[in-house]
Write a protein that binds this ligand. Structure first.
Ligand code: GLU
Length: 276
């Protein structure tokens, strides 16, 4: 009998703790969740040099990491209380809708299709889709020169979708889950070019500057937003305010100069954080 009483009391304690102060439901605004738990789980890429990368000693560095850290701090969450979780191009929406992450800061273009599933704050950066080629391929000068060639991109990304819509007849599209897989295939001569946002491609050139180059003729406009659970207007407003503050305080430019500057990528002007 006694052990049953003990188990029942323990269960009561656990239930009380789960419902007590500091606990929030997954449908609460990001703002309420951040202030109640002092913790955020943020989805980022682990493999985009200059933007967001996991170092060999387990740290996370890059412009997206700085944006995420700034936003978290404005929501009252210290850098040490952020859990970084890898998200890939194809999993960003489900990572948000399943509640696996609170926020996505991962080279995430704001699109109407994605807005059906998630909400966006921002934009916080603008770039354009471009091509990465081997230095030994001077004849690839734009998407119109890809006739009959193999082009690599990542499943779930806007560049892969755009290529399918605009150049599908001419190009043989090869899709991988992650961009470094495309870079490896390009270096090995298995594909002829790779496409994604210019700022991402610039980061890969810094790794192999003697072998790779960006064509440098962007053919889309990508506006990066911070992804939140759909309908969290309070969260969107709070993240918008944080992005505006990051830009006006000079921290936005400092981070870009430090993280993207070394690649030589021409930095754009700060975007206007608008109604989405
Ligand atoms: N910004 C584009 C996108 O959101 C391409 C980069 C990526 O795959 O994350 O799809």
């Amino acid at each position: 009998m006694r052990w049953r009483t003990l188990v029942a009391s323990a269960l009561l304690l656990v239930t009380a703790a789960a419902c007590g102060p500091g606990k929030v439901s997954p449908t609460d605004s990001l703002v309420a969740r951040a202030s109640a738990t002092d913790h955020l789980t943020i989805g980022i890429r682990f493999d985009a040099p200059g933007l967001s990368e996991r170092t060999v000693d387990g740290r996370f560095v890059g412009f997206d990491v700085d944006v995420a850290t700034f936003v978290a701090s404005e929501l009252g969450v210290a850098a040490k209380d952020i859990t970084w979780r890898e998200t890939t191009s194809a999993t960003r929406e489900t990572d948000l809708t399943s509640g696996a992450v609170d926020l996505v800061v991962a080279t995430y273009s704001i699109t109407d299709k994605r807005k059906q599933l998630v909400s966006f704050a921002g934009p916080y950066f603008t770039t354009g889709q471009d091509l990465l080629v081997r230095r030994t391929s001077p004849d690839i000068t734009g998407p119109e020169t890809l006739n009959g060639r193999r082009l690599c991109s990542v499943t779930g990304s806007t560049p892969a979708e755009q290529v399918r819509d605009r150049f599908a007849q001419a190009v043989q599209l090869v899709e991988y889950p992650r961009y470094p897989d495309c870079v490896t295939a390009l270096l090995a001569g298995q594909i002829d070019a790779m496409t994604t946002d210019g700022v991402i491609l610039a980061g890969y050139v810094t790794r192999d500057p003697e072998l790779l180059k960006v064509v440098g003729k962007p053919f889309s406009k990508e506006s990066y937003g911070v992804g939140l659970r759909k309908g969290d207007t309070q969260g969107v407003n709070a993240v918008d305010d944080a992005i505006r503050k990051m830009i006006s305080s000079g921290e936005w430019l400092r981070s870009l100069n430090a993280n993207i500057g070394p690649s030589g990528y021409q930095l754009p002007a700060p975007p206007e954080v608008t109604e989405k």
